[in-house]
Design a protein around this ligand. Sequence first.
Ligand code: BES
Ligand code: MN
Ligand code: MN
Length: 462
Amino acid sequence: MDNVLSFIEGNRSRYLEELTSFIAIPSISTNPENKQDVDRCSQWVSRHLGGIGMEHIEIFPTAGHPIVYADWLHAPGKPTLLIYGHYDVQPVDPIDLWTTPPFEATIRGDNLYARGSADDKGQVFIHFKSIEAYLRNGGSLPINIKMLIEGEEEIGSEHLSEFVKQHKELLKADLVLISDTAMFAKGVPSVCYGLRGLSYMQVNLTGPNKDLHSGSFGGSVHNPIQALSEIIARLHDDKGRIAIPGFYSDVLRLTAKERAAYKKLPWSDKKYAKELGVQGLYGEKGFTTLERLWARPTLECNGIWGGFTGQGAKTVLPSRASAKISMRLVPNQKAQKIAELFEQHVRKLAPKSVSVDVQYLHGGEAAITPIGSPGVRTAVAALEKGFGKKPLYQREGGSIPIVIQFKQLLGLDTVLLGFGLPDENAHAPDEFINLDNFFGGIRTSAHFYNELPSYLKRGKKK
Ligand code: BES
Ligand code: MN
Ligand code: MN
């Protein structure tokens, strides 16, 4: 282990150079014009996996973006770890708000700024380097490792579940490990044991069959923007609860133990509000902020459009209005069922004066990994060694849609060992990864591989 750790220490500047070239590829999965970049990025990943000593490297094309697989299976009798991550990134707009260009990794202070630095190229790269520190340092890995790095996570992992279904044997493992979440705070390492799910909807309303002069026609027909606003306004009640009938019926309640544990975490609503630049917080009554973020479902309007939005003024009564609305889900809500309840309710709320079209864009279910499970205990031990501090337990409000499917299709628990930070600007301008977390992450993942066999063995004996 010592030589692995000293190899990591000795190669810091090379790591940053390599990460910079990974980041330079604008692998924005949602943009059709970046299709070639996404492909190029899958090739970069595959080449890099070869360079660090992984084997059986294969790029699997899909109807969308490619999936990269690789393994190293020379630890007979030892556990097999499946590491999942994504090489695709979110769009960069609004580009003007970036301090330095999004695909030029730039170090300022203790952080490396770039799109994908934290979500998720930087965190995938952490594992590349800890694996390399074993395999290219005259040694071998203490466990078997399979890697699955996809290019469609940021658009809902549409083709990955089919791939998993068709490659159950290839993906056979004892545990899944993902580094694609954040630590609780800077200097406060944590293990994440839950993610929320998601149902993503689009609502299109049509009023009159064409745009109208708002003077000649205003007062005679229902403006679809107004009708849409009225619908959206009625999706929450005055207690901040979601007003869709049946929405909460499958929600797994927080246990008293969890609520007590969250209350003990170092958290201040005041500080949080200040950081976000809001005068006060908003959310479902009867729950704390952390409870609302991690363990309660929500409904958000992500975007709304219609009519005239250009410079200046144009008097128009538009024909159409639309909104993108997503709901974050918790165990045991089902994404498909929630989408149906949403559609029924929106149809019921919609006045006769407009016609309604509701689309279900994508969805996935929430996931929980038991705190006492061997994988989580391995993560605790590894973080303690990698960061010199006992980690906290937390959940996350975000979603990684494949996690629940690893459980359902492969029977595998997932450990979420994240090295991001809550204020890392994921999906926003000036995304960054903290360099202490980056190097601490490489050490921690190296410890994780080393510790895993003993924890899994103990887990089996019980
Ligand atoms: N890395 C995030 C998931 C995440 C977000 C974890 C916040 C912890 C905190 C992931 O890349 C992501 O952005 N997921 C999407 C999923 C969606 C597109 C299906 C999300 O949560 O919005
Ligand atoms: Mn991610
Ligand atoms: Mn993301």
